[in-house]
Design a protein around this ligand. Structure first.
Ligand SMILES: *Cc1c(COP(=O)(O)O)cnc(C)c1O
Length: 360
């Protein structure tokens, strides 16, 4: 492959489009005649202001974000949002969480420090191999929000339908599926995503939040950085933002716009995932671990059923140039993350290899 790159199936930080990396490389010593890289320039400069504003404007077009939603660029990873969400959104002090895997479980545990947090539904009984029925849940009448992780990166599950929240606002962690398909932002009170999975480099979260949910009457001891109003009122520039991540993500937004947008990504992602799932459904050696209706198009866990065989397969794949296929340490087995930037050829090559490895 170009530049000696390999097919990288990492769950995150993860593969990015070569085109974007080439643009970044071309600009890294001298960004468009500024005489410096974006890493070296003041975040208050006109040049950077344009970069930031274009990144937000392009994301708004890509997702069709309504005007009454703010777009925030925040540091601290998705993990910080596990705390920022309850700190900022709890008013009655009550929220309902649906736990479908490792990431929503972490968010649930963190939120419990801040209020009465109900476990509205859980996939634990199925070892998180399926999304529970969320069509008719006993949502708490006084819940400030209902929380989901829309794509569980480790367990490989995704929602085929959003939960019925009975009019309560929905907060969604979209980290590992952000921009993988069209999204009706108005269905949510808030969406957030760590960008190092499906978009850009690590170190930043994009938060999209309805304006009326951004409150000013928080506990005055709330650290200024952890308040959404701080970021909203300062165009995410209250302090030095992750300027590098904003710049690179901005390039990915432009790349997505010129490649057909989110509808086209969805089409490609469905096609790519089908190649792998079809193989896993037929294979005598490997099988997927997730109920068919809840399978993620982004993260595909699979196993042989024997830990030693799994490890041997990971090793053989690595030797053949397929990197980062080891399942998360908490669940074992194998996992292929096939984000937007993974070309179809990468999935085809992986399946060809798996077939040969299996001897079919
Ligand atoms: C990776 C991940 C996180 C944690 O992200 P950090 O940026 O490492 O804090 C949270 N939620 C989901 C769904 C993830 O995939």
């Amino acid at each position: 492959m170009e530049y000696g790159r390999i097919f990288n199936f990492s769950a995150g930080p993860a593969i990015m489009p070569v085109e974007v990396l080439e643009e970044v490389a071309a600009e890294v010593l001298n960004y468009r005649g500024s005489g410096m890289s974006v890493m070296e320039m003041s975040h208050r400069s006109k040049v950077f202001e344009t970069i930031r504003n274009e990144a937000e404007a392009d994301l708004r077009i890509l997702m069709g974000i309504p005007d009454n939603y703010k777009v925030l660029f925040i540091q601290g990873g998705a993990t910080l949002q596990f705390a920022m969400v309850p700190i900022n959104l709890l008013q009655n002090g009550v929220a309902d969480y649906i736990v479908t895997g490792a990431w929503s479980e972490k968010a649930y545990k963190e939120a419990r420090k801040y209020g009465k947090i109900n476990l509205l539904a859980s996939g634990k009984a199925s070892n998180y191999s399926a999304i529970p029925d969320v069509s008719d849940l006993p949502v708490s009448p006084d819940a400030d929000y209902v929380y989901i992780c829309e794509n569980e990166t480790i367990h490989g599950t995704t929602y085929s339908e959003l939960p019925n929240t009975r009019g309560k606002i929905l907060v969604s962690d979209q980290s590992s599926m952000f921009l993988s398909k069209p999204c009706n932002v108005a269905d949510y009170g808030m969406i957030y995503a760590g960008v190092q999975k499906n978009v850009g480099p690590a170190g930043m979260v994009v938060a999209i939040i309805r304006e009326d949910l951004i409150r000013k009457d928080l506990d005055p001891k709330t650290p200024v950085y952890l308040r959404y109003d701080t970021h909203a009122e300062n165009d995410s520039m209250y302090n030095t933002p992750n300027s590098w991540a904003i710049y690179v993500c901005g390039k990915v937004f432009k790349y997505l716009l010129r490649n057909g947008g989110l509808a086209e990504m969805d089409k490609r992602n469905i096609e790519k995932a089908k190649i792998l799932y079809d193989y896993l459904d037929e294979s005598k050696l490997f099988h997927g671990t997730v109920a068919a209706k809840d399978r993620s198009l982004m993260n595909v866990p699979f196993v042989t059923g024997d830990a030693e065989k799994d490890a041997a397969a990971v090793k053989a794949m690595k030797e053949a140039g397929f990197e980062n296929l080891k399942g998360h340490k908490s669940v074992g087995g194998l996992r292929a993350s096939i984000y937007n930037a993974m070309p179809k050829e990468g999935v085809e090559a992986l399946v060809d290899f798996l077939k040969k490895y299996e001897g079919v």
